[in-house]
Design a protein around this ligand. Sequence first.
Ligand SMILES: *Cc1c(COP(=O)(O)O)cnc(C)c1O
Length: 457
Amino acid sequence: MPYEKIPYKIYLEESEMPKYWYNVRADMKTKPAPLLNPGTGKPMTAEELSHVFCDELVAQELNNTDRLIPIPQEILDFYKMYRPSPLVRAYCLEKKLQTPAKIYYKFEGNNTSGSHKLNSAIAQAYYAKKQGLKGVTTETGAGQWGTALSMACSYFDLDCKVYMVKVSYEQKPFRREVMRTYGASVTPSPSTETAVGRKILEEFPGTNGSLGCAISEAVEAAVTREGYRYVLGSVLAQVLLHQSVIGMETKAALDKYGIKPDIIIGCAGGGSNLGGLISPFMGEKLRGEADYRFIAVEPASCPSLTRGKYVYDFCDTGKVCPLAKMYTLGSGFMPAPNHAGGLRYHGMSSILSELYDEGLMEATSVKQTDVFAAAEEFARVEGILPAPESSHAIRVAIDEALKCKETGEEKTIVFGLTGTGYFDMYAYEQFHNGTMTDYIPTDEEIAASLAKTPKLS
Ligand SMILES: *Cc1c(COP(=O)(O)O)cnc(C)c1O
């Protein structure tokens, strides 16, 4: 089919929507390293994990063998309300850049939570409900995950307790009210509700809170309450599995028009949207059926893949979670104020870490002001106001398209546009006023934080 005949937006028919999640671990020769019990140093058993996570999600977390996992009908029904998400040909951006490259973006911001996070939130809420639980607890930083989970919990009539990093709770009151609209209870963290919160408040009165602290509070709230479990919005293998719906749809839409991408790009915080987007394509690469370039884009202020180390580390600052082998900056790493809240995690999904370590995926980091310049350029021609996180992928997609302009190559570039930025206008304001900074950590700062990763015998 000639390219000119390709619609502006490629939507799948309902009958063409994926019925399965794709588990890339099944095709990996070297499986991602297992989660370890921080006490014993041994792989976490299903029994141990089941105190914190829902049973079915534990099974998914440990499943390295099943390639396709059926999406339950109840989740498919929910997906139908906001999926398929459009795969959009960025004709206007191509024209503006005067590039021969063909640029597509998969837009996940078409739901009230404003990001891809709803894809996993609804799955996790479903399994909690199916297990007969009363509710779930979680943490949220910038608020996207908490919003997605609130929506999912209200759909399945589950109680939802969100510990929101105090500084975000105060600075992003509208995010908080969206969560409360969906019935969640939102507590600024650290709080006096948990032992760990009280301890932190005693030690650091007046602290603004951190993601690590909020995780510790949410885990404590789950394990000390009958009928509650803890859920997490990124990093874990189960989350990448649920997010594979993004890649499955993208692949189906491209196949429908006989389009083969050369480069697939995504922003990487904990790795869930990127992992989900690239999974089915990575599967083809792993099976030797096709080749693609995959590029993970991270902020220069929090560069876990490009400047971190591939070791076992704590997943949270409170050190209550299992150890994960991943590219990490150290669990005590404090990224400089950066407006892409969803990309401030110190580590990276174990699956993506292994693929990157084997050279199957590339990674690059970009400066905050360059990211916002790309966001604005994109918004002005394509209309969508992108989230700062998503704009990391836009930056690199534009840079790759500009390289094609130099060489005259007609490459096909696909990138993940993970969400919208309506709650990030303070960041846009700083960019417009010229007060946005680009802090890049020094080698010494990273080394000092990495020195505190656990020593395993
Ligand atoms: C949370 C978030 C991200 C980063 O999380 P990943 O798990 O790395 O995908 C990216 N974009 C948006 C809009 C987010 O909300």
